[in-house]
Design a binder for this molecule. Structure first.
Ligand code: NAD
Ligand code: IPM
Ligand code: MN
Length: 354
């Protein structure tokens, strides 16, 4: 039937506050949407004894897309790693084969002055980080052991096989082809074997994309260049850990972490598009949770990505993005951007401009 099923996993901290606003926007679009809630994170642990219950995984599988808030709860930081809230997001990404994480960062007109960079440098930012999401040091063997000298030792194995690199490289080239045709691959090939393989495979894949200009950059330099001259970047393709760090950095280059959306995609197709998980790049922000002051824009923009990639609703996605841009241009800003608008007020303002 013509039913677009969205799994809604609000999670912890500000998660429910920001997803609440995104749902109000989706509701206003007059699409045949149905919502299917599920428990994740610390909230799920407290209710069911697990951060990612089987019922939540089942709900995800039965839907066309997931709208995800955030997970993370200090109360749970003492638990064994497999029971921590963060395992919910890691588990959803891996269980659903969501290996390509798209994190766009651009300066919205009028917000040049809210960037941590000089306005003329910030004004040029329009980039997309394509972060690998199912491998790297995140998913290698890890543990605690005792050395021969009786010292405690923690370890996390970093690895990529060539098929994992190839599929994310293809995602990077495909994205660049649709944008300005520039792909910068970020690695640490001067030190890491994983990165040497990464670089070799990206170069192999580049043969299929003669119209995309490929460059390579070490991650330390990339962090520097992102502040010095972010306008040079179009698409950045990188591993799980580097992409995590660079995307938080990119968020402050455009003004706030409360603005950055993400889409996590794999190969599974649905009736309307590609199955995906959509979430702000930020976390549960326990320092501001429950105060009604979290910026919901990153989640609203994530909902726009959901409309685009998973529901085939490009026009509606663009409509939501235009309403967000108008709201920001009108100076309706949260505390994170130096304004005073609350979560609900920002949601109202976007609704009014749809
Ligand atoms: P965080 O992103 O939650 O917060 C970092 C800072 O940014 C805080 O000062 C916070 O108040 C601010 N901030 C974040 N989102 C905001 C928003 N929408 N509006 C205004 N300000 C915002 O990162 P953290 O403090 O390092 O982590 C807190 C918890 O969240 C941890 O448990 C962490 O593991 C988890 N986390 C989860 C995700 C996720 O669910 N995908 C992502 C990152 C961190
Ligand atoms: C993110 C987060 C997660 C990550 C954590 C919470 C597991 O920081 O989505 O950026 O590192 O991927
Ligand atoms: Mn992160």
């Amino acid at each position: 039937g013509f039913d677009m099923k969205i799994a809604v996993f609000a999670g912890d901290g500000i998660g429910p506050e920001v997803t609440g606003e995104a749902l109000r926007i989706l509701d206003a679009l007059d699409l045949p949407l149905s919502y299917h809630e599920g428990d994740v994170g610390g909230a799920a642990y407290k209710k069911h004894g697990h951060p990612l219950p089987q019922a939540t995984l089942d709900t995800a599988k039965a839907c066309d897309a997931i709208l995800f808030g955030a997970v993370g709860d200090f109360d749970c930081d003492h638990l064994s790693r497999d029971l921590r809230p963060e395992q919910a997001i890691l588990g959803l990404r891996s269980a659903n084969g969501l290996f390509a994480n798209l994190r766009p960062a651009r300066v919205f007109p009028g917000l040049e002055d809210t960037s941590a960079l000089k306005p003329e440098i910030a004004a040029a930012i329009d980039l997309l980080i394509v972060r690998e999401l199912n491998g790297d040091v995140y998913f290698g063997e890890k543990g605690m052991r005792t050395t021969a000298d009786g010292l405690r030792e923690g370890y996390d194995v970093m690895s990529y096989d060539e098929s994992e690199v190839r599929r994310i490289a293809i995602a990077g080239f495909e994205a660049a082809k649709k944008r300005r045709g520039l792909l910068c691959s970020v690695d640490k090939a001067n030190v890491l074997e994983t990165s040497q393989l990464w670089r070799d495979v990206v170069i192999e894949v580049s043969a299929d994309y003669p119209d995309v200009t490929l460059s390579h950059m070490y991650v330390d330099n990339a962090a520097m260049q992102l502040v010095k001259n972010p306008g040079q970047f179009d698409v950045v393709v990188t591993g799980n850990l580097f992409g995590d760090i660079l995307s938080d950095q990119a968020s402050m280059c455009v003004g706030s972490i409360g603005l950055l959306a993400s889409a996590s995609l794999g190969e599974r197709k649905t009736e309307f598009g590609t199955f995906g998980l959509y979430e702000p790049i930020h976390g549960s922000a326990p320092d501001i949770a429950g105060k009604g002051i979290a910026n919901p824009m990153a989640t609203i923009l994530s909902a726009a990505e959901l409309l685009r990639h998973s529901l085939g609703q490009e026009e509606q996605a663009a409509r939501v993005e235009a309403a967000v841009a108008k709201t920001l241009a009108d100076g309706i800003l949260g505390g994170d951007l130096g304004g005073s608008a609350g979560t609900r007020e920002i949601g109202d303002a976007v609704l009014a401009r749809l």
